[in-house]
Ligand binder design. Sequence first.
Ligand SMILES: [Cu+2]
Length: 353
Amino acid sequence: MSSLWIVVALILGFVITFQIAKASEYVAILRGEEKSRKESNRVNAFLLLAFLIVGLIGVYACNKWLKGRILGESASVQGEHIDTMIQITLWVTGFVFVLTQSLLFWFAYKYQASDKRRAYYFPHDNKLELIWTVIPAIVLTVLVGFGLYYWFQITGEAPKNAQVVEVTGSQFKWEFRYPGKDGILGKKYYKNIDEANNNPLGQLWNDKANQDDIVTSQEVHLVVNKPVKFVIGAKDVIHDVGLAHFRMKMDAVPGIPTTLWFTPKFTTAEMKKKYGPEFTYELSCDQMCGKGHTGMRGVIVVETQIEFDRWLAGKPPQYLAANSTANTGTLPTTNAAATDTAKTASEVKTTVQ
Ligand SMILES: [Cu+2]
C-alpha cells in the first residue's frame, strides 16, 4: 500500500513541476523574455547567498548539538589517538570547506550576470595549479602518515602481557575462543567444523593445546587496562569486527587471519555509570554479509581481572562438550588451509609467552 502512495506522490510531484514550468514559460512570454531572465537571475543569486548563510548555520548547529552525543568518549587508549586524528582532519577539512563554499556562493551572488560588466576570460595559471595541488598533497600526506603510524601500531606486535582472544564471524553470529591455561590456541581446520558435535570452530582434538581452550558465543569478556589481541577470522563470507566504542574495526576474512590489539580503559560498570544503565559495549558486524547482517551483534563485557578470572573459571573447555559425543579431528598434513591455521596458532604462542 505504501509503495502505491509513493508512486502517486511521485506522479503528482511530476505533474506539479511540469505545470509550474509551463506557467513560468507563459509569464515570461507575457512580460518579455529579457526582463523575466534578469529577474530570475537576481532571485537565483540572492537564493544562493541565502543558501550559503543558512547552510553554514546548519553545519555549526549540527556540530554543536550532536557533538559528544553519538559515541561518547573513546573507551580504549588507542582510540584516543583515532579521535585526535578525526578532530585534526575535521579542523583542516572544515577550514577548507568553509573557505571554498563561502567563495563559491559569494562569487555566484557578487558576480551575477550584469549589463555593466563582461566576464574576464581566465583559462589557466600554472602557479595557481601548483599551489592548489601541492598544498593539499602535503597536508593529506601528513594526515595519512599519522593514520599509517597508528594503523601499524594496532595491527602490529601486541604487548607481551596482552590477553589473546580469537574472534570468528559467521552468518550471523560471533564466536570467541580463549587459549586457556597454556596460553596457546590449539590448531583448527575448517573441515572439522561440526556444529552438531559441539565443534563450531573446527578444533583438532588431537592437539593438546585445544583441550583447555574455552569457546563462547555472542559475548566476550575482556580485562580493563590490559591489552587484548584479537585474532580474527570468518567461517563463510567476509565479516568485520566493528568496535565503535573502542574506535577499532578489522575485517574478518575466511582463511586469512587478521589481528588487532587495544587496551580497554573503562569497565562496563563504569560506562553504565557515565552513560546510563542501558549502556552496552557492542561488537557490530561492519561488513554487509547477508540478510541477517544487522542482527549480528555481539556484546563485550569489560571487567576487572578478578571478575574476569571468576567468569572464565566457570566456563568448561569446548573439548569436554565435544568429546562427550566422541568427535575426534585429525590434522591433515598436505592442505594449505591447515598450514595457515597452524601459523596463526604459533603466532599467538609467541605473543603470549
Ligand atoms: Cu557479518
